[in-house]
Write a protein that binds this ligand. Structure first.
Ligand code: NAX
Ligand code: ADP
Ligand code: K
Length: 514
């Protein structure tokens, strides 16, 4: 699914209006009817008080049109116009008049006015600002937003939570609606998936308002949302007349005294994802544990007992996953530098492998094209430098990816794979995965996919999806707290099977269950 920016959404509106021969107000009416249907299905005429807060632009116009439908169906509503500007939109005015025709007189809220009490059991419809917000709301509007947030009432936001910008960070978090549910028109917005803005849209859902499908299909976007439909075409099927050599040889290089488990997790994940062969390259102290834990995995040891000091072997792996549990000693850095000089296979780098690259930036020049880097935010900061907000983080990551021709996974609640100017936002995963070794597992998964012939970018996007899906499946047995990295690996098989299961009822990608 594509993430359209505000300019593209306005262009889609225009194209829809022209091609379908409708007025902009008819498009607004479609949007309002969709929201009304959503509410009506759930409320079935219940007389809970609904407070609508409408701005004076088209987001407010949606709210006004919704108010009319609610009134016509006998709902208990109160309409407030948040009169923050006199530049009222044409369609807002049309819908204000149509509301007045029904003898509904909204309260006009202005600077210095008081705000009426809202009961905890009431419902608030937030139609103050939509995607047109272009500067911080006035302090009195921020005060109103705080009043709504503190009311304890359920807040349903129209299109976006009022106060979020589509393409830049929030400056005053007190001036943003904390929505319980967002009904987003036509497509989800990128801001629902970024940590700083996502917290304001607890749950979201997309309402199809029939925007011009040709325009939507032809328009290139900077970011895509990767759900099952998007990753399924990347799946590489197993061939009948294949053998273990067909599915590649993964080598996991890492480990140090006390951190051999990280290699065990990555190696087991590579094997479980389907790599034909897996070899672990570890310091000598890792020999017995890996051989005992993983009979399927071969082991090559460094000369040193406790940490890797030289990376030398006489096999030719299809791919190398490097860095988990590795440590960052100067001897290990030296070993990495020598290894990169002669590297012939694709490379996945995680954890201390990334920290070594950050400490010795000259090593970046030695990376093979399309090397896959999987940093968590702290490791990313060491690589690309600090950022002031999520948007700058993405910008810096893209620049870094372009400069060094690397694929970067920004790990988090919604991990984002960045390659060049493009970002792929993952839909799977859950907070139970914030646990030791969960990242090592991802390294193994991506390495094992590259081994089987997945192109590096596909392996990364597909691997991130599969890792999250395995975490979601494991969660059903463990709950959040007891979810461990080993349980994620155990569920990889089910995550593959799940790729080909059709949902019983159509599911909305990325939507969290309440
Ligand atoms: N294709 C779609 O997605 C459709 C969107 N519609 C609605 O249209 C909305 C966008 O409407 P608008 O472009 O009118 O914008 P908004 O309603 O989001 O904002 C209102 C206007 O206020 C001004 N403004 C921005 N920031 C301000 C601030 N801090 N203080 C005071 N004034 C400020 C802007 O000039 C803006 O045009 C969408 O979010 C959605 O609700 C629907 O009506 C129809 C179809
Ligand atoms: N709240 C969350 N929701 C979804 N996934 C998460 C969440 N927290 C962490 N994860 C995932 O778990 C993994 C953690 O990786 P990392 O921090 O490197 O762990 P470790 O170093 O312990 O292996 C990442 O893939 C990340 O996307
Ligand atoms: K809104």
């Amino acid at each position: 699914m594509k993430f359209f920016n505000a300019g593209q959404i306005y262009a889609a509106d225009k194209s829809t209006i022209e091609k379908q021969g409708i007025s902009s107000n008819e498009l607004m009416e479609r949007a309002a009817v969709q929201i009304f249907n959503w509410l009506h299905l759930r409320m079935q005429g219940a007389q809970v008080k609904i407070h609508l807060f409408c701005g004076i632009g088209n987001n407010g116009g949606d709210g006004m049109a919704l108010a009319r439908h609610l009134k016509e169906h006998g709902y208990n509503i109160e309409v407030n116009v948040v009169n923050y500007s006199d530049k009222r939109s044409k369609d807002f005015l049309i819908n204000l008049d149509r509301l007045k025709d029904l003898k509904i007189w909204p309260n006009f809220l202005e600077r210095d006015c008081g705000f009426a009490e809202i009961g905890r059991d009431d419902i608030i419809v937030d139609a103050i600002f939509g995607i047109g917000l272009n500067r911080n709301p006035d302090p009195w509007v921020a005060k109103l937003i705080q009043h709504l947030n503190h009311s304890g009432a359920f807040i349903l936001a129209v299109d976006v939570p009022s106060g979020v910008f589509m393409d830049k960070a929030i400056e005053d978090t007190n001036a943003v609606i904390r929505a319980n549910h967002v009904l987003s028109f036509q497509a989800p917005k990128l801001i629902f998936f970024l940590p700083e803005t996502g917290v304001f849209s607890n749950q979201w859902e997309v309402l199809d308002i029939g925007l011009d499908p040709e325009y939507l299909a032809a328009t290139e976007t900077e970011y895509d949302l990767m759900g099952k439909n998007e990753v399924l075409p990347m799946y590489v099927p197993r061939e009948k007349f294949s053998h273990k050599g067909t599915y590649g040889h993964s080598m996991i290089i890492g480990g140090s005294y006390g951190k051999i488990g990280a290699v065990a997790l990555a190696a087991r994940a590579a094997l479980t994802v389907g790599s034909g062969l897996v070899t672990a390259y570890v310091p000598r102290c890792g020999y017995v544990p890996i051989q005992t834990l993983l009979p399927e995995v071969m082991v090559i040891t460094d000369k040193d007992e406790d940490c890797i000091k030289s990376i030398e072997f006489d096999i030719r792996p299809t791919v190398v996953g490097l860095g988990v549990g590795l440590g960052t000693s100067p001897e290990t850095a030296e070993a990495l530098s020598g290894f990169l000089d002669g590297i012939e296979s694709p490379l996945v780098i995680d954890a201390d492998g990334l920290n070594l690259l950050s400490k010795h930036k000259e090593l970046l020049k030695k990376l093979p094209p399309k090397t896959i880097l999987t940093p968590h935010p702290k490791e990313l900061e060491r690589l690309v430098g600090s950022w002031k907000d999520d948007f700058e983080k993405l910008k810096k990551t893209k620049a870094f990816s372009k400069k060094h021709d690397v694929i970067i996974v920004i790990k988090g609640a919604h991990s984002i794979t960045v390659y060049g100017g493009h970002g792929y936002v993952n839909t799977t995963g859950n907070p139970g995965m914030a646990t030791a070794g969960s990242g090592d597992t991802l390294t193994g998964i991506i390495t094992g996919l590259v081994a089987q012939g997945y192109a590096p970018l596909d392996a990364t996007i597909f691997g991130v999806y599969l890792h999250g899906r395995a975490g979601d499946i494991a969660l059903e047995q463990t709950g959040y707290q007891a979810l461990t990295a080993s349980k994620i690996i155990d569920a990889i098989g089910m995550a593959f099977i799940d790729l080909f299961k059709m949902p019983e009822v159509p599911e909305q990608e990325g939507q969290e269950e309440s």
